[in-house]
Ligand binder design. Structure first.
Ligand SMILES: [Zn+2]
Length: 482
């Protein structure tokens, strides 16, 4: 039984899937107009672990995560909107679609490094203009939207449940809006579904209301319903877009007459040195810069999941150092198990097996309870101490194999911490080259000393590892057997 904290009810609920073995999950993706940063990484990792946990529990997950490639407005209120993609395109002297593609591929690359599984479907907003127009038209037809001079607005007061997700009251919201709003709106609360394109606006499409482009919120309502169907299981995203974006998504989808998501999951933000990351504070760091300047991606992944997804994660030099050490331990124990299993005795170790059973139970209980990764990690590190003691005491093979299975399944499969990035794969190749150089030199010394049993023994041991040696006139060469 999995319980999830549903933002809609503001409480933990037992998760009941809409169909027995399948889960539909939607995650709001980025607007692709600049480098992805630590915040994108955290959201990605949080929901990647959640997805992997559902898969571990036997569900097939259709994971849909969009890419916003229509430039949307920079202000929350929809007023004096600036198209961020368009703005960046002018700055870099590129077509808006060049900007979108450039940063979209960079985003995928940065996330792949973090071991985040690819979505089942990655819909792009520009590829779903028709679906968005259709939904806007439905909202007009059903009395939830109105057109003014080529713009279409959602009439917030026509949707009584507005505010249900964020816990905001419509009347309080009214109070907070600014005076100098566009006068063509009937109500300052109303938000844009479709916007009229001024002549200089490059990204534009034909619509029943003239040439224009969709508002930001509408794409997620349209694309989530298209690929996951009505009443789908989970809608996820960062807490920072719970309002107004997610609130608006619900209003649009339900206003158009569709059942929307059953469970809403929100991931919290991160701080650096106790402060929110922002360009103005000078603590902003992109994922790409982090990987080259601070630590490898897997260290960051571990640093993220050391916090519960609904808590603020602190990423500081200290937490990164701590994560480096912890990751080293997790890699080391796996390596040691793999090294020792072939030569271990045929016995079992009751103490170790008990520890493994306990760790499995604790890990499963923690993740079933609203995906409590810090608790799950605690179970992993408790077990690691036991495994190291068992290795020192010469535990039996079948028990060690069970331990290895635990690491592969939970640390690798669920937490995704054994992902090999391109960077570390290159490091491994360098390391292998260096180690083979040392081995070949050692064998050369044995042979010079006519100690053939040692030199042949060394060759045999390398062969067992899948490395073959060939003596040629110009020296000894090695290769990995495929
Ligand atoms: Zn969205």
């Amino acid at each position: 039984m999995i319980t999830v904290f549903n933002s809609l009810s503001r409480s933990k609920e037992v998760f009941v899937p809409s169909s027995p073995n399948h889960i539909g999950m939607y995650l709001c993706g980025p607007t692709v107009y600049s480098e992805s940063h630590l915040g994108h990484g955290r959201t990605g990792v949080s929901f990647d672990v959640i997805r992997r946990w559902f898969e571990y529990r036997g569900f097939t997950v259709r994971f849909v995560s969009n890419v916003t490639d229509v430039g949307h407005i920079t202000t929350e209120s929809d007023d004096e909107g600036v198209d961020r993609i368009g703005q960046r395109a002018k700055l870099e002297q590129l077509e808006p679609m060049e900007i979108a593609d450039k940063y979209m591929w960079a985003y995928f690359r940065d996330l792949e490094q973090l071991g985040i599984k690819k979505p089942s479907i990655t819909p792009r907003a520009t590829g779903h203009i028709l679906e968005q127009i259709e939904m806007v038209q439905r909202l007009i037809d059903r009395g939830h939207a109105y057109e003014r001079d080529g713009n279409v607005y959602f009439r917030v007061r026509s949707f009584a449940a507005y505010g249900q997700l964020s816990g905001k009251k419509i009347d309080d919201l009214e109070h907070g809006t600014r005076e100098d709003v566009r006068e063509e709106k009937d109500d300052p609360l109303d938000f844009a579904l479709w916007k009229f394109a001024e002549p200089e606006h490059i990204m534009r499409w034909n619509s029943p209301w003239g040439e224009g482009f969709p508002g930001w919120h509408i794409e997620c309502s349209a694309m989530a319903l298209k690929y996951l169907g009505e009443g789908f299981d989970i809608h996820a995203g960062g807490l920072d877009i719970q309002f107004p974006h997610h609130e608006a998504e619900i209003a649009q989808a339900e206003g158009a007459g569709y059942k929307f998501a059953k469970y809403w999951l929100h991931g919290n933000m991160l701080t650096i040195g106790g402060e929110k990351m922002s360009k103005s504070k000078g603590n902003y760091i992109s994922l790409a810069d982090f990987y080259t300047q601070k630590a490898e991606p897997m260290v960051l992944r571990l640093a993220y999941i050391q916090s519960h997804y609904r808590s603020i994660a602190e990423v500081s030099d200290d937490t990164i150092e701590g994560a480096k050490t912890a990751l080293g331990r997790l890699r080391e124990v796996k390596r040691e198990l793999e090294r020792r299993i072939p030569e271990a005795n045929e016995g079992t170790s009751a103490t170790l097996e008990q520890a493994i059973a306990r760790a499995i139970h604790e890990f499963e209980t923690a993740l079933d309870d609203d995906f409590n990764t810090p608790k799950a990690l605690a179970a992993v590190f408790d077990l690691t101490r036991e495994v190291n003691a068992a290795l020192a005491a010469g535990a039996g093979k079948s028990s060690l194999e069970k331990a290895l299975h635990f690491y592969n399944t939970f640390v690798g499969g669920v937490l995704g911490l054994y992902h090999t990035t391109q960077n570390s794969a290159r490091d491994d190749a360098e390391l292998l080259k260096g180690l083979m150089q040392i081995a070949i030199e050692a064998r050369g010394v044995y042979r010079q000393n006519r100690d053939f049993s040692r030199s042949d023994g060394l060759r045999e041991r390398l062969k067992a590892l899948g490395v073959s040696l060939e003596d040629t006139a110009s020296g000894t060469r090695w290769k990995l057997e495929s």
